[in-house]
Design a protein around this ligand. Structure first.
Ligand code: CTP
Ligand code: MG
Length: 241
């Protein structure tokens, strides 16, 4: 049987750093919610068999989105942290997904992800034994801090990357790595970290730096800018054809 692709979208966060009553994934940018922008980007990748969204148990907003009725969109209940939300989505696919299938996990809060970067990740990681993630090289010099807020050391900038999403792994490996991390009580902040703790080294694939994660209030304006710019470019390029 041929390998299938699944998208998993953790969307059960409360967006505490955003500080709004409405979780950040339901705030509007350029006339659409963040969640709709993000899910439409994922749906544009035709190879996804389904896009599984993990939403908070008490979330009244998700079902009202127009994308929620897309035949490829499904939802499940999220968990108490991101890893648990992803785990719940993987559990919802058990029985349907094979261990060798690929899962691409993407934050609901990254609405600017480019279709070309999703395709690039699939292209570059499709034959990798471990899997890989979209990431950008650090442009700032990165300091590791001591507990009392002093510089402990400077990391070699050439070796520092900022992890983004999607993060792409085989279904079986991702499930086993997350189960191991969760049962060891380690709070991982992305899927790659679970895979690293499992003793494997995910590949780093360079992605566009406009794939920002909306975290704080200023990020909304930044995302609006990038979405508009991508739209303008697309029209210009389509017009040139
Ligand atoms: N997430 C999730 N389940 C949780 C916590 C987070 O599915 N229990 C998701 C978020 O919805 C988001 C992604 O994980 O898509 C990345 O998390 P983050 O940017 O930290 O979002 P929040 O946890 O919502 O924000 P904050 O940490 O500021 O509260
Ligand atoms: Mg969080």
């Amino acid at each position: 049987m041929s390998i299938r692709f699944w998208a998993v979208v953790p969307a059960a966060g409360k967006g505490e750093r955003m500080g709004t009553a409405l979780p950040k994934q339901y705030l509007s940018i350029n006339g659409r919610t963040v969640a709709e922008h993000t899910l439409r980007r994922l749906l544009a990748f035709a190879r996804f068999r389904a896009v599984l969204v993990a939403v908070a148990v008490d979330d009244p907003w998700f079902a009202q989105l127009s994308v929620a009725s897309d035949p490829r969109v499904r939802s499940c209940v999220g968990g108490s942290d991101r890893a648990q939300s992803v785990m719940n989505a993987l559990a919802a696919l058990a029985g349907e997904a094979a261990d060798d299938d690929f899962v691409l996990v993407h934050d609901i809060a990254r609405p600017c992800v480019r279709l070309s970067d999703i395709a690039g990740l699939v292209e570059q990681v499709g034959n990798d034994a471990v899997g890989g993630i979209l990431a950008c090289r650090a442009t700032d010099t990165v300091k590791q801090a001591t507990v009392d807020g002093r510089v402990d050391k400077t990391l070699a900038r050439a070796d520092v990357w900022l992890a983004a999403t999607p993060q792409m792994f085989r279904y079986g490996l991702l499930r086993d790595a997350l189960v191991a991390a969760i049962s060891a009580g380690v709070v991982v902040t992305d899927e790659a970290q679970a895979v690293e703790l499992f003793g494997r080294a995910p590949r780093l694939v360079v992605g566009a730096s406009d794939n920002i994660k909306i975290t704080r209030p200023d990020d909304l304006a930044l995302a609006a800018f990038w979405l508009q710019r991508q739209q303008d470019r697309k029209w210009r390029e389509d017009g040139e054809r």
